[in-house]
Design a protein around this ligand. Structure first.
Ligand code: GLN
Length: 273
């Protein structure tokens, strides 16, 4: 079969949208994503390995794990089952942090719950003279984050620390100009009810347990100590309805919020004035 027929086959049998089919085809043929459309007549062999990968897709495993890649903020990020797959909404957090950074130089950045390191890698790639720390409790996640930092040439400017986000003060990391975090924020029941594909992702990166706003309460209590005085800022990703929940619990009154493309309050920002 040729690439055109292969795409047709992938799309009818395995993928709901064409871009996923193209991504899979690109991964299995080695033809770059953007060159697939000019190589439609190339011959394609469906190997045993491809068939095994398609069986994983059939079992609802996310495409990003099968091809071990997800594009985030224009960067190819390595992902495996130790890390949450970067989501497009999280790019809004990066946008907000970069808007806040403006033209300032030599910033110190802390990314809590760094996972694949996608936020830190995107920030460091856009802030060439800055330094950063990525914190995570999972050794496997830190391995993936280090790999991504290496791939994107930022490894000399970042350190990775294994530690518990909720006990960050004990780590004595100093103060920062920018603090970011995309914590686990699904409640236990939301996680239980979530789609099968989410069950492939590390539970401790998705579910905060019984109290879905626990991380935010702890982080918001800690940020005055973590953010530099006169111009440090913190940016946290939120789940649906959590901004209101925080306000109702007496938190985030001095924060601003940014909505995502679905008009969901997605990023909460706090500036140390
Ligand atoms: N955005 C993810 C989801 O809803 C959750 C990410 C997180 O918990 N940080 O699937």
């Amino acid at each position: 079969m040729n690439v055109a027929e292969y795409l047709q086959y992938l799309q009818t049998e395995y993928f709901d949208n064409r871009s996923d089919a193209i991504e899979f085809a690109s991964h299995t043929t080695g033809i770059p994503y953007t060159l697939i459309s000019v190589n439609l007549n190339e011959h394609v062999e469906i190997t045993r390995e491809t068939k095994q990968k398609l069986a994983r897709i059939n079992a609802d495993e996310p495409l990003a794990y099968v091809i071990q890649n997800k594009n985030f903020y224009g960067l190819d990020m390595y992902v495996d089952e130790n890390v949450l797959i970067p989501r497009p909404e999280t790019e809004i957090l990066v946008d907000e942090a970069l808007k806040f950074a403006g033209k300032r130089e030599n910033l110190r950045v802390l990314d809590i719950c760094t996972g694949s390191g996608c936020i830190l890698t995107a920030l460091m790639s856009s802030l060439p003279d800055s330094e950063g720390i990525g914190l995570d409790i999972s050794e496997g996640a830190l391995d993936a984050a280090k790999f991504n930092a290496d791939t994107h040439g930022i490894a000399e400017r970042v350190d990775f620390v294994k530690g518990d986000a909720l006990r960050i003060k004990e780590l004595g990391l100093g103060t920062f100009d920018i603090v970011t975090c995309n914590p686990p924020y699904l409640s236990e029941s939301e996680w239980l009810l979530s789609a099968k594909s989410l069950k492939y992702e590390p539970k401790n990166a998705l579910s905060a347990g019984k109290d879905d706003i626990l991380f935010y309460k702890k982080l918001l209590d800690m940020i005055p100590y973590l953010c530099n005085k006169n111009g440090g800022g913190a940016f946290f990703e939120l789940g649906i309805g959590q901004y209101q929940k925080l306000l109702d619990s007496g938190y985030a009154k001095d924060c601003s919020v940014t909505k995502d493309y679905q008009h969901i309050e997605r990023v909460v920002s706090w500036i140390n004035l």
